[in-house]
Design a protein around this ligand. Structure first.
Ligand code: ZN
Length: 174
């Protein structure tokens, strides 16, 4: 999002030239440059043996399950976000985080940082933000996530990471 007014003092921003970024909206009162940056968000596939943790959130997709996700908070590392979101949304602890790459969502100006992680204790306990959270067979995940294209890409990477050799998991892919 390109800022027009200063979110701190409200004055109209000027354009200031930054040698590596070009013209950047700038507030001379607060001496801040407002770079046009995306919102960082994490998405994580939590794996436990042959199961994967999926959520049902009807406001995202009506007929499809999704992976856990959330915005990176100011003051925390991306890894801390992953641990915090999993704990908040499912009550579980995780270990062995692995970064699986990023995806850009232009409609929402979100940069999705994708991860997988392994279950490391705790009982499933859904938060009030979540409609339903449960373990699915990893072989059923792609079928259950029909509307979630980014989530399915992550599950396919997870299947490679865990050395899955079968065909069954891919039966719903065209
Ligand atoms: Zn200002």
């Amino acid at each position: 999002m390109r800022y027009k007014y200063c979110p701190i003092c409200g004055r109209e921003l000027e354009e200031r030239y930054s040698w590596d970024e070009g013209g950047v909206p700038y507030c001379p009162t607060d001496d801040i440059m407002y770079f046009d940056v995306p919102k960082p968000c994490i998405i994580v596939a939590v794996v436990k043996e042959d199961k994967i943790l999926l959520l049902k959130q009807s406001y995202i997709f009506k007929n499809s399950k999704v992976l856990l996700s959330g915005y990176v908070g100011n003051g925390e590392t991306v890894e801390e976000t992953v641990h915090r979101e999993v704990l908040e949304e499912s009550g579980l602890r995780i270990k062995d985080l692995k970064y699986l790459g990023s995806e850009y969502l232009s409609s929402k100006e979100i940069i999705m940082l994708t991860f997988m992680a392994y279950y490391n204790g705790g009982e499933l306990k859904k938060s009030s933000e979540v409609e339903c959270v449960s373990w699915s067979d990893i072989e059923d995940a792609l079928c259950e996530m029909s509307e979630d294209k980014i989530g399915r890409n992550i599950v396919k990477k997870v299947l490679k990471e865990i050395g899955y050799k079968g065909d069954k998991a891919y039966r719903c892919e065209i």
